[in-house]
Design a protein. Structure first.
Length: 322
């Protein structure tokens, strides 16, 4: 038996990934840009055990069956194909982020799984290889392999679609916990529905390509205001393209909208703060580290908050035998 332990953190996109050009290789329609957080790590242990008849998934101490286990098994199939092993594995995952609440647990989850599985099955992958592998589990996981700010290049095939680090200004994110219950529609299903039914989808794709270019140049120039404005606009455009789906779908709650309004009001008072939200009601506010306390105070009363800074990339903590 070989086992390996890896840890990864969630990331929050400033320019979002929403829609695939190829579902089987998990290639996105556009590139995206994110910050990996220093809070809410996921730690995953993969134990390769030739005696097992199928892969086992233990999530937060509870054995899970159904879709989550099948997703892990399909992912491990890729690792087995690359390593030439037929053995199954036991996967134990501990999330510290509320699962499936639009706080990117699939990003940290599949990044940690990619690191632990690659190590346990003896694959020797560099950062790019790990990012490509994590992408196959969940697109946004490709970016959680990378420390700090990451651009995920859309690419045209499996080899060219990976994330890498980009320089960025000093920033913090105030994460609000509006509602951490499991969401009714997964981002995977919602993305599929958007591509198939939202009449605004082509405009989303073309505007996101432009936003990514502008955001990367704002990052390089250290221009927090421009980066923040692009991030907030891009997030609202993503929620708009989602809200135009059939059957209808909406992730933002009244409390989320209230937070967007409060952040706009803070800007009127001269504080550089910009709101974004993934596929869930929990708003995340981008700001300078020195303004994070002011932002958190503005939201207190509406939701609990946690302040995050740029965090580490994927770490393999242990491999036995080495
Ligand atoms: C709204 O990465 O969860 O968080 O590739 O189907 O697993 P799959 O989707 P996933 O989608 C994340 C969408 C998002 C935006 C983002 O992180 O860029």
């Amino acid at each position: 038996m070989t086992h390996a332990i890896a840890r990864a953190h969630p990331n929050i996109a400033l320019v979002k990934y929403w829609g695939k050009r190829d579902a089987s290789a998990n290639l996105p329609a556009t590139g995206s840009l994110s910050m990996t957080l220093d809070v809410f790590p996921t730690t995953t242990t993969v134990t390769v055990d030739p005696v097992l008849a199928r892969d086992l998934l233990v999530l937060g101490g509870e054995e899970r069956d159904g879709v989550p286990r099948e997703r892990v098994e399909r992912f491990l199939d890729l690792v087995r194909a690359a390593s030439g092993s037929a053995a199954h594995a036991r996967v134990e995952t501990v999330n510290t982020v509320p699962s499936a609440a639009g706080l990117a647990s699939s990003a940290s989850g599949f990044a940690a799984l990619a690191g632990a599985a690659a190590a346990a099955y003896g694959l020797d992958l560099d950062e790019r290889g790990l990012s490509r592998l994590a992408r196959r589990g969940s697109g946004s996981a490709s970016r959680s392999v990378i420390p700090g700010f990451a651009v995920w290049h859309a690419g045209t095939d499996d080899e060219t679609s990976f994330a890498e680090q980009v320089p960025a200004p000093d920033l913090a994110m105030v994460v609000t916990m509006v509602d951490c219950r499991e969401k009714a529609v997964s981002s995977r299903e919602a993305m599929r529905r958007t591509v198939l039914t939202s009449p605004f989808y082509p405009a989303w794709v073309s505007s996101t390509r432009q936003s990514l270019e502008s955001a990367l140049s704002a990052c390089a120039a250290g221009d927090v205001e421009r980066l923040g404005r692009i991030a907030e606009t891009n997030a609202l455009r993503m929620h708009a393209v989602i809200q135009a789906c059939d059957p209808p779908l909406r992730y933002l709650s009244p409390a989320s909208v209230e937070i967007f309004d409060r952040i706009a009001a803070l800007r009127e008072r001269g504080i550089g703060a910009y709101a974004t939200a993934d596929a869930g009601p929990n708003v995340v506010v981008l700001t300078r580290p020195e303004d994070a306390t002011t932002v958190a105070a503005e939201i207190a009363g509406l939701a609990e908050t946690v302040t995050a800074h740029p965090g580490p990339g994927l770490q393999v903590l242990e491999r036995v035998p080495r």
